[in-house]
Ligand binder design. Structure first.
Ligand code: ATP
Ligand code: MG
Ligand code: FE
Length: 357
């Protein structure tokens, strides 16, 4: 099927067009620049930016893929989770488009969409089930057991506080680096020593892990970095003649190592426990060079095949939403009714919403 997908859960207006499992176009307009001076995404600003960006993005995606709007077989949209106002703009647009074209509408889960991005990777062999999936983004850090993308996604664990991307953004701010912090930390950490400072690995000791084997916690790590930075400044005040300036590269590298270590250790533990030799990575934090390297290295050592989709498909985009709907259609699932809205807290287990009876 030829599917047009609309993604507006955060600050990216994504329009993607896929045919079956083939990616035809993936247009992304981001309002990131407008949020940068606030140090985070401002919901109202994001919603208005989606409203302005949607129509040109749809036209750009159609032009890029060389298909006409009338050729589309189905429309897909993210109904949640995400920012309520931002989601609402996409949901409204998708309903209007589907109704005016007289085509079926598939309302899908953003997080499962991140996993579906994998099937558009033309260089990878087909996805095998079951697979463990680690989803790391600005808003989520989830460990999933995927038995079937269209019908069976189990949540093994998630973050108890900050998402991994959020931790990167907050620590970057502590280090005086601009927003979004993930890429900045990655850049600065390249010249740092990952073993310089022993930052804590949240929920990793046997005693804290009771009932939280696959859960994550990054707020303690963020606090530890903050305290380290403060102590350094205090020391400088006490000893003005000594250079106690912040070794930003070492702090960034050590922080990054702590995050990566926990993510990879827990993901591979799930692979071992469930006897699943496959791990799929998704979400914007996968852009992190160290995370990719460590996952591939330790995965290989553990006999686990690690799949990493191309970066353009890891960050928020419309193609992954279209891909998920395309899978649903190919497995014979009925469209969604129009009786759905934006659900900012949609659980990952709800792959499609408002499925018609
Ligand atoms: P969600 O998908 O949960 O709704 P989101 O839209 O914020 O959240 P993405 O767009 O998938 O998530 O990812 C953005 C996050 O990824 C930001 O927190 C950003 O700092 C982080 N990030 C981007 N590049 C890197 C990198 N190289 N290293 C670490 N983090 C990164
Ligand atoms: Mg984003
Ligand atoms: Fe996302």
């Amino acid at each position: 099927p030829l599917v047009l997908g609309i993604e507006t859960s955060c600050d990216e207006t994504g329009i993607g067009i896929v045919r079956g499992r083939t990616l035809l176009s993936n247009t992304i307009a981001s309002s990131m620049d407008e949020h940068a001076r606030y140090g985070g995404v401002v919901p109202e600003v994001a919603a208005r930016a989606h409203l302005e960006a949607l129509e040109p993005a749809i036209h750009a995606a159609l032009a890029e893929s060389g298909v006409a709007l009338s050729d589309i077989d189905a429309v897909a949209v993210t109904s949640g989770p995400g920012l309520a106002g931002a989601l609402m703009v996409g949901v409204g647009a998708a309903k209007a488009l589907a109704v005016s074209l007289g085509k079926p509408l598939y309302a899908v889960n953003h997080l499962v969409g991140h996993i579906a991005a994998d099937i558009l990777d033309s260089n990878a062999p087909p996805l095998e089930y079951p697979t463990v999936a680690l989803l790391v983004s600005g808003g989520h850090t989830s460990l999933l057991l995927v038995r079937d993308l269209t019908s069976d996604v189990e949540l093994l664990g998630e973050t108890m506080d900050d998402a991994a991307g959020e931790a990167f953004d907050k620590v970057a701010r502590l280090l005086g680096l601009p927003y979004p912090g993930g890429p900045q930390i990655d850049r600065v950490a390249a010249s740092g020593d990952p073993d310089a400072i022993a930052f804590p690995r949240g929920l990793s000791r046997a005693s804290d892990m009771a009932g939280h084997r696959y859960d994550f916690s990054f707020s303690g790590l963020k606090t530890a970095v903050a305290r380290w930075v403060e102590q350094r400044a205090a020391r400088q005040e006490q000893e003005p003649d000594v250079d106690w300036s912040l070794p930003v590269a070492d702090v960034a590298a050590s922080f990054r190592e702590a995050v990566v270590d926990v993510l990879v250790t827990k993901a591979l533990a799930a692979c071992r426990d469930y006897d699943v030799p496959r791990l799929l990575l998704g979400g914007g934090v996968i852009a992190n060079r160290r995370l990719r390297d460590v996952a591939l290295e330790r995965g290989a050592a553990a006999g686990v095949t690690v799949r990493i989709p191309p970066l353009s498909l890891c960050t928020d985009n419309g193609a992954m939403i279209a891909a998920l709907a395309s899978e649903l259609i190919m497995s014979g699932r009925p469209a969604s009714t129009l009786e759905f809205g934006a659900d900012s807290t949609l659980p990952v287990t709800e792959i499609q919403v408002a499925e018609s009876a």
